[in-house]
Design a protein around this ligand. Structure first.
Ligand code: T46
Length: 149
């Protein structure tokens, strides 16, 4: 089992911040509609260990407010949309996720906040590790200390 130590760009990706890329996912469409397949080592730049999805988010709710020590993830707004705020300790970037054919890969040591969820938003997230609370940095000052150490 290989683990990506860093997420790398390809021709269908667009860098938004160090270690974070927007990835154009390939729809397999025909006259019945569309289908997108997410495979580790394909559009997903790591082996997939876990999937979860965020839905039913109430209006005005903000989520996230943490960074991960080692986790790599890819998020897709399968329906609806939300804004992902990414912060590498030097720069903050807002990324609107509102298309099922656009994935946002997020590497480790990126502070993230989520806001402006539409009521119908289903945010699918794929991760390269199983859930581990000790991987979370939930204090922004501590995050900055680690980034600038
Ligand atoms: C991230 C952003 C984008 C689990 O038991 N297993 C899991 O795999 C996850 C992700 C969460 N949980 C539990 C932990 C909490 O009791 O579910 C509850 C909500 O998790 P959290 O408050 O961390 O949710 P968000 O939306 O703030 O953050 C989540 C992910 O945790 C995080 O890795 O990058 O979505």
């Amino acid at each position: 089992m290989k683990h990506a130590s860093a997420l790398t760009a390809t021709s269908s990706t667009h860098s938004v911040l160090a270690g974070c890329h927007l990835i154009a996912l390939t729809p397999r469409g025909d006259d019945r509609g569309s289908l997108i397949a997410l495979e580790g080592g394909g559009d997903v730049p790591f082996d997939i260990a876990r999937a979860y999805y965020i839905f039913g988010t109430r209006v005005g709710v903000e989520r996230g407010f943490h960074a991960h020590r080692a986790l790599n993830q890819l998020a897709v707004a399968v329906t609806g949309g939300c804004t992902m705020v990414l912060d590498d300790g030097h720069r903050r970037v807002d990324v609107r996720l509102d298309a099922p054919d656009r994935g946002l890969s997020m590497g480790s040591m990126i502070w993230r906040e989520m806001r402006d969820f539409t009521p119908d938003c289903v945010l699918l997230v794929l991760a390269d590790r199983i859930y581990d609370e000790t991987d979370y940095i939930r204090d922004y000052k501590r995050f900055l200390e680690l980034v600038h150490a």
